[in-house]
Design a protein. Sequence first.
Length: 289
Amino acid sequence: MQRRNFLRLALAGAGTAALAAATGCGTGSAAADDRRIRIIVTESAPYQEPTKIAARLLEERGWTLDATYVTDIIQPNLAVSNGEFDANYFQHGAYLQQFIADKNLQLDPLFYVYGSPGGIWSERWNSLQELPDGARIALPVDPANNGRALVLLRDAGLLELKEGVGVIKVSQEAITANPRNFEFVEVDQQSLSKTLPDVDAGFLFVRLAAEIGLTVEGALAFEAEADQLPFRCVVAGTADFAATEKARVLQEAYQSGEVRQWFADYMGGVLPTPWDTDPLDELSQWWQA
């Protein structure tokens, strides 16, 4: 896979000044459509608000960021692959890799926007060790997230899993021993917070946990930084788009000082912004985590 030197740049904090430098050279006489970037984005604050900031910054420099907001998690990758959009912003790296493997698509993670770690919370119990035999535990139903709670339970000594299976590939089929006879309830990821009162414990993305007043400190278990790597949210596009000026200015807008400040203010800064690394450099680590 072709490496992109411009994605190795340290862009954090660059803000409007870097955006001006990137857009002030080269294609001053380009047609209007050549300065239009089409992106499909999911409807939630960590996606919509940075997109609005990026659109404003790009507009100030003569670009148009044409954003379409959706709730669907299937169509955005298909729409970019078939050329309806230049890029999408709705998913973490693990979901992207699993999707393109399942659908045989050619898409790249262009750059990171924010990290989406997760953990196990409970409204009934104060620790994993307190979970009773037969406890019902809610898991995300989608394959890319399904095994995250199982890995946390394994690390706590409460489950055994097949050796050598990375977290992206872990599912209930990987369980080799379940001495406490936990029952796993699989639900749509956006419904996990609503399900929590009805189960003994449940896996939540940290954003969804924060939305209902839960904290990282209150989690029964929380992913270590190394385990969070595949779950950083990315802007994705084709390799052809990745080599364009559009991709470069799009990255600079999303990784601007204004966007960083928005994340710092959002829910107490619960979502990290890992902008100092290129996701293409970390693909193998996504699968091995």
